[in-house]
Design a protein around this ligand. Structure first.
Ligand SMILES: Cc1ncc(COP(=O)(O)O)c(C=O)c1O
Length: 422
């Protein structure tokens, strides 16, 4: 029986496959299929594999921890590897915030929502249209990037409110107008729908990921932090996709000089193994009564070991600075496409880079670009509410020449796909 038939019989179809390829191994920035064809992976398992595949430091850390033990329940007793990793996470995030470990991004979002409600005694949660925070029921109640994700699962968690994210191209506004628009929506929400004293938390992606790599206007996060401060509302930033050095800072909020009350991370955190974390102000964490939240696998020692090894490599090889530099170069190159018909925007921060196409035809253009990319050995990934965006999230240690060649290839593909529009 071939793999297609085996999948049809054994795997739930709810996760559609983006390619018909059987992948068998990865090495460095490349994936290989069952026929030995090589693909440059520009999506890294959706912003997970920061060091690509098979990095010796990760393999060594995994092997060493595996020979000690794979799993202990985190509540059983002290584990040095968990403390080691938590301290390094603190060193790149908010140094005094205790860390709660989970497994997936959605689970860290759940933890953030639960902590916010528990610590404030308030029910309200505010999130943004276009946001993706995961698919478990609590996280899904905040997710608003596709009605498809929510339909059929209602009723979702109550007291969740959405306002527009300041996304200039989505709103057809200049950045300044988009910022004012969002500010007005939030202020109206707090005056007309829910009293600020009933709002526990505002949850925000500093750069919307799934929503299309949307970079908000500069003043947005500081304004939001100030609004929260004025009303005793907690500010939670979801860095599941934008975190771990990808944007040229360890976390995207650090570009804005704000300090969130709650910080949510996942994806790349565990060096390729499932791991997420939620860190929060010490007084909030202290208000979280022991035993009121927890999980079996959170802070798995294998994932802490690989996460630690990855962070060590990132620090010694200065990969965060490298993401900044390569990202700027990539933007300069890709901006030649801005003038092409059908291309609406080229944007990015660090190695979180996006090409946005006209909304009405973007979905089919992106499909065509991805298909041709695959034929030429490039793995690309869509984003945006109508899949009108190609997002690039390569490994942060990708070879510079290889990356440049991939950009040349991508530009050629985009030009070929958009030429018929002129
Ligand atoms: C910003 C953000 N938050 C949360 C999640 C959910 O993470 P997971 O799929 O690990 O549950 C994602 C996943 O793409 C994400 O991009």
């Amino acid at each position: 029986m071939d793999i297609v038939e085996r999948y049809r019989k054994s795997i739930a179809g709810v996760v559609p496959l983006e390619t018909p390829i059987e992948f068998v191994r990865g090495e460095g920035s490349y994936l290989y299929d069952a026929q030995g064809k090589r693909y440059l992976d520009l999506m890294t398992g959706i912003a997970v594999n920061v060091l690509g595949y098979g990095h010796p430091a990760i393999l060594q850390a995994l092997d060493q921890q595996a020979h000690q033990y794979f799993h202990l329940y985190n509540g059983l007793g002290y584990q040095r590897i968990v403390a080691d990793f938590a301290e390094v996470v603190q060193s790149i995030a908010e140094p005094d915030y205790p860390v709660y470990f989970g497994n997936s991004g959605a689970e860290a979002v759940e933890a953030a929502i639960k902590l916010a409600r528990y610590a404030t005694g308030r029910p309200g949660i505010i999130a943004f249209r276009g946001a993706f925070h995961g698919r478990t029921l609590g996280a899904l109640s905040l997710t608003a990037s596709n009605a498809n994700y929510r339909s059929g699962y209602e009723p979702l968690v109550p007291s969740v409110y959405h306002v527009d994210y300041p996304a200039p191209t989505r709103l057809n506004l200049t950045p300044e107008q988009a910022l004012h628009h969002t500010q007005n929506q939030l202020l109206t929400l707090l005056s007309d729908e829910i009293d600020s004293s009933r709002v526990a938390v505002i949850v925000v992606e500093p750069i919307q990921g799934e929503g299309g790599y949307v970079i908000p206007p500069d003043g947005f996060l500081p304004w939001l932090a100030e609004l929260c401060h004025q009303h005793g509302i907690l500010l939670a930033v979801d860095e599941v996709q934008s975190g771990m050095g990808r944007t040229g800072q360890w976390f995207a909020y650090q570009h804005a000089q704000v300090h969130p009350d709650i910080l949510i991370m996942g994806k790349a955190l565990g060096g390729g193994l499932p791991l997420s974390a939620m860190t929060a102000r010490r007084d909030l964490m202290q208000a979280w009564t022991p035993g009121t939240h927890g999980t079996t696998f959170g802070g798995n020692p294998l994932a802490c070991a690989t996460g630690l090894a990855q962070l060590h490599v990132m620090k010694t090889e200065k990969l965060v600075e490298r993401a900044h530099k390569l990202g700027l170069e990539a933007l300069t190159r890709l901006r030649t496409a801005s003038a092409w018909p059908g291309v609406v925007d080229v944007r990015g921060r660090g190695l979180m880079v996006a090409l946005e196409f006209r909304r009405d035809i973007g979905g089919s253009l992106v499909m065509a670009v991805m298909e041709e990319g695959l034929r030429r050995g490039l793995i690309l990934h869509p984003a945006g509410l109508n899949h009108e965006v190609i997002r690039l999230m390569p490994p942060l240690n990708i070879d510079e020449t290889v990356f440049n060649e991939a950009l040349t290839e991508l530009l050629d593909i985009v030009q070929g796909c958009t030429r018929p529009l002129s």
